[in-house]
Design a binder for this molecule. Structure first.
Ligand code: SF4
Length: 366
């Protein structure tokens, strides 16, 4: 099947989190309607260019896509269904924050094909949520998960942030325990990074941030803790149970085609990378920026090493018509001796310890 993943970017939020430097802002109901119109128009235009493709994953990300509300989300998914061929087992994910999720009719979304929700929980402690500048409380997470489950959608993911100011091992375990109590099949973890153009970046001296050692400890603790609870650490930042990995995100790592619609959304079609600039006007006018060649050997190694599957010899040969280079194998063996890499007849992958230093190791390998 000539498959395609669709990413729908929604650049709106009901406020700004203290750590966020994404392109997102508040929007009126009229602006949400107008943005929906633009998306529908672009979906139709792109479907005419990609008629041989079958969409097998759709991901509404942001920003806060749940802010669009039920009827606009249904309108967009209807437009996608009308314009594109859709696989019968298409994974359709909605990113939601726990406050706006409480005004969404998930049953209506389920009827229209949505089957996965990724909830921006971040922490189970109200004081940590306040520090992050989030606009929800732990209680909102409980209500959201309850509402999503009642609709029949069981494929739920929770975001957990590591390195929140004042976070310690005890408070992190409290968040992990809460996630386990909610019995979700997927957890994404993110290490807090302090970006200059954010509240944390501008007022750095007012907060105590975890240093690299503390971040590393939080990361290893999370991985050990979740694995003991039956989760598979299938990608540097992601854990799942019962094989409920994110099929859409897997496309990015496996270098399969995806089309990103919306300001700042990136695409990879064939071997071409391109993206829309951070401007709704430019998106409306279809002005995307070409971003060079994709699907190169280095890119494949870099992305697959993020996953527990790692780089498979046979797949590499199939894709690029050659074996992994001797210098690559030699370097990998050196890392193996220090416990950062596992190698076998099939290929190579990073260990837990290797995941932690992935940027340095991958840069050295390629
Ligand atoms: S909800 Fe997400 S996109 Fe919106 S401000 Fe917070 S971190 Fe940024």
């Amino acid at each position: 099947m000539n498959s395609l993943g669709l990413y729908i970017h929604v650049p709106f939020c009901d406020g700004k989190c203290n750590y966020c430097d994404f392109y997102s802002f508040k929007a009126t109901s009229k602006e949400l309607d107008e943005y929906t119109d633009i998306l529908v128009e672009q979906i139709v235009l792109w479907s005419n260019k990609l008629i041989d493709k079958t969409v097998d994953t759709v991901y509404f990300g942001g920003g806060t896509p749940s802010l669009l509300g039920t009827s606009r989300l249904v309108r967009i998914i209807e437009a996608i269904r009308k314009a594109f061929k859709i696989a019968c087992d298409c994974e359709i994910t909605l990113e939601a924050n726990p406050t706006s999720a409480n005004s969404i009719d998930f049953s209506e979304l389920k009827i229209n094909g949505f089957n996965r929700v990724s909830l921006g929980m971040q922490s189970a402690l109200d004081e940590e949520l306040k520090l992050l500048g989030r606009r929800h409380l732990k209680a909102d997470v409980i209500t959201s998960v309850d509402n999503i489950r009642k609709s029949g959608i069981s494929n739920i993911s929770l975001d957990v942030m590591l390195g929140i100011p004042q976070q310690n091992e005890k408070s992190l375990i409290e968040t992990l325990d809460f996630s386990i109590f909610l019995d979700v099949p997927h957890i994404s973890t993110y290490m807090l990074s302090v970006e200059p153009d954010t509240v944390f970046g501008r007022f750095r001296e007012r907060f105590t941030f975890a240093d690299d050692d503390a971040q590393a400890k939080f990361y290893m603790l999370t991985s050990d803790y979740l694995k003991k609870q039956g989760f598979t650490h299938y990608e540097i930042s992601n854990f799942c149970k019962d094989n409920k990995y994110s099929r859409h995100n897997m496309r990015y790592w496996e270098l399969k085609d995806y089309l990103g619609l919306g300001p700042s959304a990136h695409s990879l079609i064939g071997s071409k990378r391109f993206y829309y600039p951070k401007s709704i006007e430019a998106f409306k006018n279809g002005q995307f920026i070409e971003d060079g060649e994709g699907k190169t050997k280095d890119e494949y190694i870099m992305l697959m090493l993020r996953t527990d599957r790692g780089v498979n010899n046979k797949d590499f040969k199939l894709l690029f018509g050659e074996d992994l280079s001797d210098s690559f194998i030699r370097k990998a063996k050196t890392y193996e001796r220090h416990g950062y890499i596992k190698t076998d007849d099939n290929g190579i992958s990073l260990t837990e310890k290797g995941f932690l230093l992935s940027n340095t190791i991958i840069a050295d390998l390629i």
